[in-house]
Design a protein around this ligand. Structure first.
Ligand SMILES: [Zn+2]
Length: 277
């Protein structure tokens, strides 16, 4: 049994100075391959389920599926409901076996974000689960704009909510297809002075690998989310295989070939956040 909480894994990462990859999954195949990759290098990972995934597959299906993967695995796995601002949905995830939730009140007014996050923390506690929250807004490449995290407000937010991890906005953006972003390390170090908890970067795909390595080694960032980068690998390999094999039509056979590219790409991402290895 190796289903773990965010709190357990991020504290180890913080003390040993590395970060965990928060890998965004869309279904069974990618989740299975991420676990296989992590097992090959004996590193813990976080499997996270965002809004798009749960629009396609109900939480009640995907929760037990990930729990089963975790319990059969040789590594520690955190399962996280990503970006939910709905307490009822958080409860459904916890009832379905998720070990952790990200309550996203970042678009709410500051005090409402505190109130709602406190409720999420209280709910999660009754399950022995962990909570990640967000302060400031991490924007989207072709969507809403980012708002940087204010260090003093972050201190107030953390003191009031006592979350297990805090997602911050320091130049990072969701859904970037190229590695061109530089994190504002000055702002990050100010936040670190005010908030003594594991920090989280969403939008890791858009950040250059040397900076990701540096952040994992030198800062309180203990979780870096990666979605787009691995979806690109998945899509490219799938396209290549279908073009080269026009007579193959079996879904399981087609998807099994994605494995060849996804495993090495996932290992590279995880190890880039492990300066201790
Ligand atoms: Zn995110």
């Amino acid at each position: 049994m190796t289903l773990c909480t965010l709190n357990q894994e991020l504290h180890i990462a913080k003390s040993k100075r590395y970060a965990l990859a928060g890998l965004v999954i869309l279904g069974w195949e990618d989740a299975k391959y991420y676990v296989k990759a992590a097992e090959e290098i004996s590193c813990p990972i976080i499997l996270q389920v965002g809004p798009k995934c749960r629009e396609n597959t109900p939480i009640e299906i995907i929760g037990p599926m990930l729990k089963n993967l975790a319990e059969d695995s040789s590594i520690n796995i955190v399962t996280l409901l990503d970006h939910s601002s709905n307490l009822e949905e958080c409860k459904r995830a916890l009832d379905s076996g998720f070990s952790s939730i990200m309550f996203d009140g970042s678009k709410m007014e500051f005090n409402k974000n505190i109130d709602m996050t406190c409720k999420a923390v209280e709910l999660a506690k009754s399950y022995g689960a962990s909570v990640e929250a967000e302060l400031g807004v991490v924007g989207y490449e072709k969507g809403i704009k980012s708002e940087f995290t204010d260090p003093e407000l972050a201190q107030e937010f953390y003191a009031a909510t006592q979350v297990d991890a805090l997602a911050i906005s320091v130049g990072n953006t969701h859904l970037e297809q190229e590695k061109a972003t530089e994190v504002n390390t000055k702002l990050l170090s100010q936040i670190e002075k005010f908030v003594n908890c594991p920090l989280v970067i969403h939008g890791g795909s858009g950040i250059k690998n040397p900076q990701l390595y540096w952040l994992a080694k030198n800062t309180a960032i203990c979780k870096i989310n990666i979605g787009t980068e691995l979806r690109q690998v998945f899509g490219e390999k799938l396209r290549e295989y279908l073009l080269n094999n026009p007579t193959i039509f079996d879904r399981i056979e087609i998807l099994s070939h994605v494995y060849e590219k996804i495993i090495p790409a996932t290992k590279k991402i995880i190890l880039n956040l492990r300066p201790d290895k």
